[in-house]
Design a protein around this ligand. Sequence first.
Ligand code: ADP
Ligand code: MG
Length: 895
Amino acid sequence: QVKRALLALTLPLETLQAVKGRMLQAMLKGLSRQTHEHANVRMLPTYICSTPDGTEKGDFLVVELCQSHVRILWVNLPGNGNKSIQEIYRTFNMPEDIMKDTGEALFDFIAECVQQFLSGIGSTQQNFSLGFIFPFRCRQAQLDKAELISWAKEFSCSGVEGKDVVQLLQAAINKQELYHVNVIALMNDTVGTMMTCSLEGKPCEVALVADKGTNCCFMAEARLVEMVEETSGQMCINTEWGCFGDDGTLSDILTPYDENVDQESSSPGEKRFEKMVGSLYLGEIIRHVLISLAAEKELFIGSNVVVLRTKGVFKIQQILEIIESEQGTAEAKAALEALGLHPSEQDCCRVQQVCRVVVSRAAALSAAGLSAVLSYMCQSRMLEQLAVSVAVDGELYHYCSRFKEILQNVTELLAPECIVTLVPSVDGNGRGAAIVTAVSLRLAAQRQEVNQLLAPLRLSRADLERVQALMRQEMELGLDQETNATASVRMLPTYVRGTPNGTERGEFLALDLGGTNFRVLVVHVSEDGIRMANQIYVIPTAIMQGTGEALFDHIIECIMDFQQKQGLMEQVLPLGFTFSFPCQQMGLDKAVLLNWTKGFSASGCVGQDVVQLLREAAQRKQHLGLEVVAVVNDTVGTMMSCGYDDPKCEIGLIVGTGTNACYMEEMCNVGTVEGDQGRMCINMEWGAFGDNGCLDDFFTLFDQLVDEKTINAGKQRFEKLISGMYLGEIVRHILLALVEKQLLFRGKPCPKLQTKDIFQTKFLSIIETDGLALKQLQTILQDLELEASSEDSMVVREVCQTVSLRAAQLCAASLAAVVEKMRESRGLAQLAVTVGVDGTLYKMHPHFSHRLQETLRDLAPNCTVTFLLSEDGSGKGAALVAAVACHRAEPKGGP
Ligand code: ADP
Ligand code: MG
């Protein structure tokens, strides 16, 4: 019989595994919006979104409402990693009836305690922020707004359920005329525990309370907590797992003893998990085992066992001593004799066994719950392994080495993917509450400063309208022969008069020079479409910034290499040259370089015809089979290549290393070229927009810093707000400013972040990806030797978002000016037009394109703009321009 009883209370590993699985299910139910209200494991959001970083500082008050007393603490956080926290506390016993009295009486009592405490420490005038530890289930809406769902333990004060307890406390405090005491934060005791333990260096992200009751909280990914709006960062979730099993999910492991304990409790059917795990109930379970064994004549033969009918005769201290002490059986004997029983030696041994098995089960079940939480964290952070510290508080953990050992071992077995460090909490919740309060104050202050710093980068609709109007004005200035020289947007004629019509044929060479990659291509245009082969060649910085001769020699060498590899040495193929720098074009095959951009500065080229430079280099290299028929800008190439598929494509847009656009303008508007018939493609060179000072209001300090460090300072100012070569740099400068202001990385200097271009624009794309787990973001930052807390990561993401949003919006404002001008010139109420787009930033950034399109729709509501991604526009486009040119040059009646 004894064996059978012990066996019923022993849970094999497979069962614990199953319990873990059910806990996980219950947690998911609590997190989901649909099922939250009816979930047993409520997963209550706490609105605590961060763990302390040690810079928290100041004097705080804490009120802790406990089972039979109120504890008031004064805590001083020194702000130095919180190594030498000072605290003074006092406990006030509660009048016995108050727990069942009115809510007003309870809160008045608490406020009186605060009043007495403050006069006790002689500090009635100082301003205090107060943290309130309120260990009951609340529906929290903010850190300082929490409705009581229901009382528990011995409490049942009237008029409190459904009310905001922060307000009730604040009102009572005000009644005491303590106007300088502000209730800032309300939290559960479990959360307090987690916060205290976070002090010891690395943050604790989980807390487990193994005391009279049981509970657990942890830092969850906010996007998975459906009841809150927050979608980035983390939030501490108070699981309230004591009610796990109230829907019957644990019925297969409940023993008759558990049923008896439940029936005799004040809330039958509720808190089933807690009733197996909480120390309040362990003595009761043991008592029922003993009753049953005595009835079966397995124990206390000859004793009168009526005493076992009395609730609460086994105290948890006795049980722990029976388990823990060397003379456990002697302890058992003493305890049993004190109850008037006459135990035999064997009885004492058996009682000890029962105590062990009941406490072990509590530990194993706690481990099953904990491992569910840990596995969930590991999964939701998309990690293969999670290293985590778990703060543990409560008498079972502190005073029972058996409990501790089983908790550790079983958790390791059930969540093998997690490396768990259990951290015992020393007076958990009091300090923790002070820290939560301090953290929330610190975050509020920081938020304000971060907002201030980013404000100049945030553009209103009016700002964007102004940019649009300015761009329109600059376009007009650039097109007019008289004013062209004063315009920052050059509006260069390209001599491209039409987009392809699909009848172009032939085989062409193409070059793409003008940014990150230099490429040579062979393009075959036929009835079946376009086929091409290409190769990327590196242009070393030394050549980009060396002499023009060296640059063009290098280009010819690359062409020769390519022709050799492709077996094209013997043929003379027409060549289209995509040259993506501002050029004054004299004809389709004559383009004078106006200035370099995007990191190029080869000498002796500005003012020269680049086709001529290419031909001269060919001569130097004795490469005679080269026939350059057209030079085009990459915007034009992009428009042409998309135009091949969509005749509506009359705009080309690039957002890559640099940014630029071209569009088909009415010849009558182009004052810089003879003739009024038809249209011509205008290469806007909009990257230089603002170089005449018209955008000065929009440049921030960070843009200034980025500009100063470029090789073309003061030039291409618009491009430097938008394109891939610069966005990372802007972010880097903002991050440095935030560090300087102690708003990031705890103000710790970041030497690696001082390096120019270390923060690549592609990081923005990664960091802004939706649903990126916080840990992944932290990993990126780690590569830059930045130790980012979760708030740091959120701030970094916000900076990236602000910078890339501004870029997309500015691009949209300029594009709005273009489409509106096209619509007006054509005298249309509505314009439908397609934009051919190229550039890695546009293509790879997760939000750039849709933000651009959204803003454009808003700013140019009478234009329906479709965006078509160009597939290798600059290569294909150059060939098509060459094809169109050859087509035209061919004698009439040719093939
Ligand atoms: P180019 O404009 O020189 O023809 P690309 O269109 O490929 O070349 O653009 C290169 C630029 O794209 C680089 O400045 C780089 O910073 C940026 N970039 C590269 N990868 C990404 C990415 N994943 N997200 C955003 N920008 C990127
Ligand atoms: Mg390109």
